[in-house]
Ligand binder design. Structure first.
Ligand code: ARG
Length: 584
C-alpha cells in the first residue's frame, strides 16, 4: 500500500501542476516541527529558482487549490513559503484502518524483490562463542527479518569458521591428552569410528589452553600447524575427528543461538568453500590478476581514488595454505552459483573493514560476481563495559556468550520472581524473554557502527529506551484488551483527543520507518520508532481512562487504538527478534 507521505505528495504534486508548475515541487515530508504541523512541503523554494517568482506566492497558489480537500484538517503557507499541513481525522482513521488490514501492515514492499544473502554469526568451531559474536548474531538476525518484512528474499548463512588453525590446535592438544583414543592409533579405520568421549566442556576448555600453549611452546605450535595442513589435505583420522568436533561444537552453538531467537537457513562452513578454491585460482590466473610477491600469491586491489593505501590481497601464503580472504572469495563463487544473490550483506566487526574492501574489490575485478550484485560490509562497533573499554570478565578475560546470557537471565528471573502477575510455571520462560529483550534492545538501539556500553541496570530499567519498557508497554495494552474484551476490527469514526491523534499518526507512519531502516540497514530506526509508539501510548493511556469510560463510542475507539498499538509494537519487536510477554 502507499505510504501516507506518498498520498500527500500526489495531492500536492497535482496542485502544483494545476498551477502550471512542475509536479516535482510537491514532495511532502514529515514535519521537522511536529509542534506546528504534521507534514510539510518545501517545494516552493525550488520553484522560486525555476520560475523566478517569490516562493510564498507559488506556495499559496498550490495551497489554495487544496483548500476544500477534505484530506486536510489544515493546509497553510508560513514563513517565506513553507506549506504546513495536518491530515484530517477522516483520512487518518481510514489510513490506519487500511494499514491494519494490509498483510504487511503498511510496510513498503520492494518493487523488484531482491535476493539477499546475509552472512552473520560467524562462530568458530571449537572456540566457545564469546560476546564478540553477540553483536553479529543480534544485528544480523534483525536485518534478515527487516529485509523479509520489506518483501525481499533472504538467505541466512552462518559461515562457520571450521577450517583454520584452531582445529589443528585442538586436535594436537587432544592427541597429547588422549593418545589412547581409537582415532590416534595406527591402522585406524574411519568406517568403524564410533566417536570419542569428548564433552562440550572439555572442548570449550581445550582451545584457549592449546592456543596459550602454542604461544610459548614452538614445538607444539609446529605440531598444530602440521595437523592443520594434514587435515586440509584430507587425512582420514583427522577428518573423522574433525567431524565429531564439529558435531559437538555446532550443537552447543545452536543451543546458544536458540536462546537468543537467532537462526540460519544454512550452516555452511569455511571448509565448504574449499572445493571452489581451484576455480578461484584458475580465474585469477587466467585473467592475469595474481602474481608472486615475497613468496606469496597476491592480487592488487588499490584504486586511484584511495586516500589510504589498500595493500594487495594475499591469496596464497608461502606455505601454500589458504587464508581468510581466499575462503571468502571462494565462498562468493559458491553463493553466486547456488543462490544468484542481488546482494550479500556481511554483518561483521568494523575492524575487519580492510579485509572486506580487499575481498570485494578482488571479487569485482575477477568478475566472480556480477557488477550489479552489491557486496556490503555492514560493520559494527564494540560492546564496552561501564569503564568504556571492551567488555571483559571480572578476571579480565573474554566473556563467553553463555556466561553473559546466564547473568542477564538471572537478573531477569530475580525481577520476574517478584511479580505477582504471572503464574509460577511461566516465570522461567518470561525471564528468558525479558533477558533477550534487554540484550537485544540494549544493542540494537545504538546505530550498529557505534560502540556501546553494556550496562545491565540500565538495560533492565522499566523506563527509557529499554527492552523492558517495550515489553511492559505491550503487557499493559494486553491487560486493557483482556479487561475490555478487545477489538477485532478497526471501525473508529471519530478522534476524541490530541494524544489519540498523535498515537494514530505514529501508527500510520510506522511503515515508513521500516522503509528507512531497510534503506540504511539500520535496525536502530525500528527501535526508535517502537520506543516512540510506546511513549505515545503511555501518554494516551495516562490521559484517557479507557476501562471505565462510560461513553460507548469513545471507549470503542480507544480499545481499537489499543489493539492497533499491540499489533504494531509486536511487529516492531518481532523484526528486532524479541518475543513479547502477555503479562509482566
Ligand atoms: N569467523 C570470523 C571471526 O570470528 C567471522 C566470519 C565473518 N564472515 C565472513 N564471511 N568473513 O572473526
Amino acid at each position: 500500500m502507499k505510504a501516507l507521505t506518498q498520498i500527500l505528495t500526489e495531492k500536492l504534486s497535482a496542485a502544483f501542476e494545476a498551477c502550471g508548475y512542475s509536479a516535482e515541487l510537491g514532495t511532502v515530508v514529515t514535519s521537522d516541527r511536529p509542534d506546528l504541523c504534521q507534514f510539510q512541503c518545501n517545494g516552493a523554494f525550488a520553484g522560486a529558482k525555476l520560475y523566478k517568482k517569490a516562493p510564498r506566492m507559488i506556495a499559496q497558489e498550490a495551497a489554495n487549490k487544496l483548500a476544500d480537500d477534505d484530506s486536510f484538517a489544515k493546509i497553510e503557507v508560513v514563513g517565506a513559503g513553507f506549506i504546513n499541513m495536518d491530515v484530517s481525522d477522516k483520512l487518518l482513521l481510514s489510513y490506519v484502518k487500511d494499514v491494519l488490514s494490509d498483510e504487511n501492515l503498511g510496510i513498503p514492499q520492494a518493487e523488484k524483490p531482491e535476493t539477499i544473502v546475509l552472512d552473520y554469526g560467524g562462530p568458530n568451531v571449537a572456540k566457545p562463542l564469546h560476546i564478540g559474536h553477540l553483536r553479529s548474531a543480534v544485528i544480523g538476525e534483525s536485518l534478515k527479518r527487516l529485509a523479509a518484512a520489506t518483501g525481499r528474499k533472504t538467505i541466512a548463512d552462518v559461515h562457520l569458521g571450521d577450517w583454520g588453525l584452531q582445529i589443528g590446535l585442538v586436535i594436537a592438544e587432544l592427541k597429547e591428552r588422549h593418545p589412547d583414543w581409537e582415532c590416534f592409533k595406527e591402522g585406524f579405520d574411519p568406517a568403524s569410528f564410533s566417536g570419542m568421549p569428548l564433552t562440550v566442556d572439555e572442548l570449550n576448555e581445550v582451545y584457549p589452553f592449546a592456543s596459550a600453549k602454542s604461544k610459548e611452546n614452538d614445538e607444539f605450535k609446529a605440531k598444530a600447524k602440521a595437523v592443520t595442513a594434514e587435515l586440509q589435505k584430507g587425512a582420514p583420522a583427522y577428518i573423522a575427528l574433525w567431524k565429531e568436533i564439529i558435531k559437538i561444537s555446532v550443537a552447543d552453538i545452536k543451543s546458544n543461538y536458540d536462546k537468543l531467537n537467532v537462526s540460519f537457513d544454512y550452516w555452511y562452513g569455511e571448509s565448504d568453500a574449499e572445493k571452489f578454491v581451484p576455480e578461484l585460482l584458475d580465474i585469477l590466473n587466467s585473467k592475469g590478476l595474481m602474481y608472486e610477491s615475497q613468496g606469496a600469491m597476491v592480487v592488487d586491489v588499490a584504486e586511484d581514488s584511495d586516500k589510504v593505501t589498500i595493500p594487495p590481497v594475499i591469496i596464497k601464503k608461502s606455505d601454500d595454505s589458504n587464508i581468510y580472504a581466499t575462503t571468502d572469495l571462494a565462498t562468493i563463487i559458491q553463493r553466486t552459483k547456488e543462490w544468484k544473490p542481488d546482494m550479500i550483506w556481511y554483518v561483521v566487526d568494523s575492524r575487519q573493514s580492510l579485509h572486506f574492501t580487499q575481498v570485494f574489490r578482488c571479487a569485482k575485478k575477477a568478475n566472480i560476481v556480477s557488477d550489479e550484485c552489491s557486496l556490503e560490509h555492514l560493520g559494527f562497533g564494540t560492546m564496552n563495559g561501564t569503564d568504556g573499554k571492551p567488555y571483559k570478565t571480572r578476571e579480565g578475560g573474554v566473556m563467553r556468550l553463555e556466561v553473559l546470557y546466564d547473568m542477564v537471565y538471572d537478573y531477569a528471573k530475580g525481577m520476574v520472581d517478584k511479580s505477582t502477575h504471572s503464574a509460577e510455571e511461566d516465570k522461567a520462560d518470561i525471564a528468558r524473554r525479558v533477558a533477550v529483550a534487554a540484550i537485544k534492545f540494549g544493542d540494537l538501539i545504538n546505530h550498529r557502527a557505534k560502540d556501546y556500553i553494556f550496562d545491565l541496570d540500565k538495560f533492565m530499567a522499566a523506563e527509557g529506551k529499554t527492552g523492558s519498557f517495550l515489553l511492559y508497554s505491550v503487557a499493559r495494552v494486553n491487560s486493557i484488551l483482556n479487561k475490555t474484551g478487545g477489538s477485532d476490527c478497526f471501525d473508529s469514526a471519530e478522534i476524541y483527543s490530541d494524544s489519540e491523534r498523535a498515537m494514530l499518526l505514529g501508527i500510520a507512519m510506522s511503515g515508513e520507518a521500516f522503509g528507512l531502516a531497510f534503506r540504511d540497514r539500520a535496525p536502530n530506526i525500528v527501535c526508535e520508532n517502537a520506543y516512540k509508539l510506546a511513549e505515545l501510548f503511555a501518554k494516551f493511556y495516562h490521559e484517557n481512562h479507557i476501562v471505565d469510560e462510560p461513553d460507548e463510542n469513545k471507549k470503542r475507539a480507544w480499545i481499537n487504538i489499543c489493539a492497533a498499538v499491540k499489533t504494531m509494537l509486536e511487529k516492531h519487536l518481532d523484526i528486532l527478534g524479541i518475543e513479547t510477554v502477555e503479562l509482566f
